[in-house]
Ligand binder design. Structure first.
Ligand code: ADP
Ligand code: MG
Length: 340
């Protein structure tokens, strides 16, 4: 177990700044996720922690020890990649034991640790199988097992669930969470999938263009995003954005107002401090139904109450929960204080 600290960490590839002076503390035993769109520098940041890339500037500390000049194999870190390549001609057992062999562990210790991982990941009975004789989820667990068997201080996971189908991905999410509760290893997880980040993490760091925009618990970030990008990136369907000048209840010229679909309700009669619109289609996502509403050039999503049905092409009024609206400065993108 260990804590990791990134201090003004930066990485440039020729002209591209992949990671732009990020600062981040990952606590001992924490599950922290770097989340952001493709190309924002998540993998590069992880590779800098692992020592697979040389830093351009800044520092990586593990337990307050600067590790910039320590090679990857001496950092006691394990990394699992999106494209986890298992050795195809080796059994599950040999795949799991491989890293320990490299580390010249005794036969007894190897067997003990491999057994521990087989138990931990529900792979008992599959010791002799080849990777091709496993399902996608089982292969993914072997890849994870190969990292865990080394008992790393820090486990780095780079989009490890992306190659799985949607259903399996959901199941592996719960498994990963349970696994972390059990082993309490410090985990830095990378994903572009905000839902995955929200459900798995103790805290997340939202990245864009090589920078960290916000760090917080899933709830903090959902309830109080500090900028327009984070506000729109976290949550599904995404937050609606409306220029403040179009809303009678926010009298601020520079404002961009964000309202989540669940913070709007639909009224068939004119209401105070509401937004006039016309109903469009309803999208049914099992338990939650979302109505799309045209307000001139914008399409706004609204979560309907259970059993609420709204016909298409009706004149309706959207009533926001004013305590839950988010106000941003449209030129800087930063959150601004706003008192009802
Ligand atoms: N080895 C490399 N050489 C040049 N550019 C790279 C290299 N690795 C990553 N980049 C660039 O750095 C940026 C961040 O990439 P990456 O860290 O892979 O993003 P993410 O994992 O968030 O998708 C991208 O613009 C990418 O093209
Ligand atoms: Mg990546």
């Amino acid at each position: 177990m260990a804590e990791v600290r990134l201090e003004n960490l930066a990485k440039k590839f020729d002209q591209v700044t992949a990671v732009d002076r990020i600062n981040l503390e990952i606590k001992d035993g924490e599950f922290l996720t770097l989340v952001g769109p493709s190309g924002c520098g998540k993998s590069t940041a992880l590779r800098l922690v692992a020592g697979l890339e040389k830093v351009t500037s800044g520092n990586v500390y593990i337990d307050e020890k600067a590790v910039n000049h320590i090679p990857p194999q001496k950092r006691n870190i394990s990394m699992v990649f999106q494209s986890y390549a298992l050795f195809p001609h080796m059994s599950v057992e040999s795949n799991l034991a491989f890293g320990l062999k490299i580390k010249r562990k005794s036969q007894e210790e190897k067997m003990q640790r491999v057994k521990w991982v087989l138990d931990l990941l529900g792979l008992k009975g599959m010791e002799k199988r080849l990777p091709k004789e496993l399902s996608g989820g089982q292969r993914q667990r072997v890849a994870l097992g190969r990292a865990l068997v080394l008992e790393p201080d820090v486990l780095l996971l780079d989009e490890p669930l992306s190659n799985l189908d949607a259903k399996l991905r959901l199941r592996m999410r719960t498994e990963l969470k349970r696994l972390h509760k059990k082993i309490k290893t410090t985990i830095i997880y990378v994903t572009h999938d905000q839902a995955e980040a929200m459900t798995l993490s103790d805290r997340l760091a939202v990245m864009k263009d090589g920078r960290i925009l916000q760090i917080g618990t899933p709830q903090e970030i959902y309830e109080r995003p500090t900028d327009i990008f984070t506000a729109g990136f976290i949550g599904s369907p995404p937050m609606n954005f409306i220029l403040g000048e179009r809303l009678p209840f926010v009298k601020r010229e520079e404002a961009m107002v964000g309202i989540r679909p669940e913070d709007l309700s639909v009224s068939l009669e004119k209401a105070e401090k509401s937004i006039l619109g016309k109903s469009s289609v309803t999208e049914t996502l099992g338990s939650d139904n979302y109505l799309y509403v045209d307000i001139s050039d914008l399409l706004i999503s609204v979560r309907l109450k259970p059993d609420q049905k709204i016909e298409e092409d009706q004149t309706i009024w959207l009533v926001p929960n004013l305590e839950k609206i988010h106000v941003f400065d449209k030129s800087t993108g930063r959150r601004v204080q706003w008192a009802g």
